[in-house]
Each structure stands twice: as structure tokens, then as C-alpha cells.
Design a protein around this ligand. Structure first.
Ligand code: ZN
Length: 232
């Protein structure tokens, strides 16, 4: 059988963890890449090896498919600054109608770095958790941006780069349902226990929907989605 390979943009959060599971169901060799961009909270990056170990240990049919994990520095984003994710500032509405958690250019940079790494690793299929269904309005999460980036990367690397975004058109409740469909209770438990999506990086307060500060926009989205998933 021909080896199909994918490289998943993996932050250690809920969405990208479910994307890794999604890729493991579809490709027979899956590598992961994370980015150290000077995010204020290290807890998200710290979650990555725990989640990968959980996928390896808890799902024998996926373990053989899970390849190397990569961590790339992108501290340019920290040097540019101005975001509540890279600097100590309160989360609030910022310029251009976007919350100040927006990190300009982040996803385009991530995808460019991932495609370059994929070029070296002979992987042309990238997977990312971008979603424009119940998002914060970040323009670089939109499908048009992602597919235009795939086109630019395909031209710039002279190979066909495909970017898969399995969460693009589903809300957070459906994302939990997708995790359930892919890996059942074991995957739901792994997402609940180990992933960090909180903007404050809180992995100390446990709620029924997992860990987080419980008040930041990211925790609210996760909590509301989980409640809707459980009520369905
Ligand atoms: Zn939070």
C-alpha cells in the first residue's frame, strides 16, 4: 500500500488534538508540528507531549501511524508584539473590530513554515484546526484565506500542497461530537484532561468541559460547545 502522509499543525489545544485523530484515521503516516511563537503561556506547549503520549498509549491502531513531532521557533511574532497572547495585557476588543488576541499573520506564517517542513519531509498534505463557524472573526481562520495560502504555497514550492481543515464548517458542539466519533470516550477523556485552549493558559481549574480559567472567550466557547454536545 502506498504511504499516505500528513503533517498536522498541533498546538496542544482541543481543536488541533481532534485534527490529529482525524488525520490518523485517514493517513497511514502522521507527523505533527508545533510553533513556539513566544506565547505568554507555556502550558499549551507543555500539553503537546502529554496529548501525543495519550494518543500513542490509548489507541493501538493509531500508535503505529504516529510519526515524529516537530517544534519550530517563530519568535518573530513575539518581536512584533501587540497581542494579548504574546504580551501581558487584558483581553479586549482591539483595532479593526478584532479582539486583541488576534496575532496578525499567525496562521499564514504557521502554514508557510509547515509547508516548508513538509517539503523536507516529503509531505504535501497539511491539516489544521482553522474554523470559521463559531470563531472570533480572525481573518486568517477563514476558508478563503486558507485555500489562497494553499495556492500560493503550491506555486512557491512547485508541488501540490493540500490544506485540510476538518473543523472549518462545524461548531464547537460538533467538534466534540467528531472527537466522540473518532475515538469515543477515550478520546473525549484525553481532550478533557490534557488539552489547553484557555487564553490564560490555565490548567489548574477543572470544569466538566476540561481545564481553564472559565471566563476568557476561548473557555466560554469550549464550555458552551461542550454543554450543547452533552445536551444533544
Ligand atoms: Zn480561559
Amino acid at each position: 500500500m502506498k504511504t499516505s502522509k500528513a503533517l498536522v499543525l498541533f498546538s496542544g489545544g482541543q481543536d488541533s488534538t481532534i485534527c490529529v485523530a482525524w488525520a490518523l484515521e485517514r493517513f497511514n503516516h502522521v507527523e505533527t508540528v508545533g510553533f513556539d511563537y513566544g506565547q505568554r503561556h507555556a502550558s499549551e506547549l507543555a500539553a503537546r507531549p502529554r496529548v501525543l503520549a495519550g494518543l500513542r498509549d490509548g489507541f493501538s491502531h493509531w500508535a503505529a501511524r504516529l510519526g515524529p513531532d516537530h517544534l519550530l521557533p517563530l519568535d518573530t511574532l513575539k518581536a512584533i508584539g501587540g497581542s494579548a497572547l504574546t504580551e501581558t495585557m487584558a483581553i479586549e476588543m482591539g483595532a479593526h473590530g478584532l479582539p486583541n488576541t488576534f496575532v496578525p499573520g499567525r496562521n499564514v506564517m504557521f502554514l508557510t513554515a509547515a509547508a516548508a517542513l513538509g517539503y523536507r519531509r516529503d509531505i504535501a498534505d497539511l491539516v489544521g484546526g482553522m474554523c470559521e463557524t463559531d470563531f472570533s472573526g480572525y481573518p486568517d481562520c477563514r476558508n478563503n484565506t486558507i485555500q489562497a495560502t494553499a495556492k500560493a504555497l503550491s506555486l512557491g514550492l512547485a508541488r501540490d500542497i493540500r490544506i485540510h481543515t476538518p473543523l472549518m464548517w462545524i461548531d464547537k458542539a460538533a467538534t466534540w461530537a467528531l472527537a466522540d466519533a473518532l475515538g469515543g470516550k477515550a478520546l473525549l477523556d484525553l481532550v478533557l484532561e490534557e488539552t489547553v485552549t484557555c487564553y490564560e493558559g490555565d490548567h489548574s481549574r477543572r470544569h466538566d468541559w476540561g481545564y481553564g480559567c472559565g471566563v476568557c472567550p476561548s473557555c466560554k466557547l469550549r464550555a458552551d460547545g461542550y454543554a450543547k454536545f452533552r445536551a444533544a
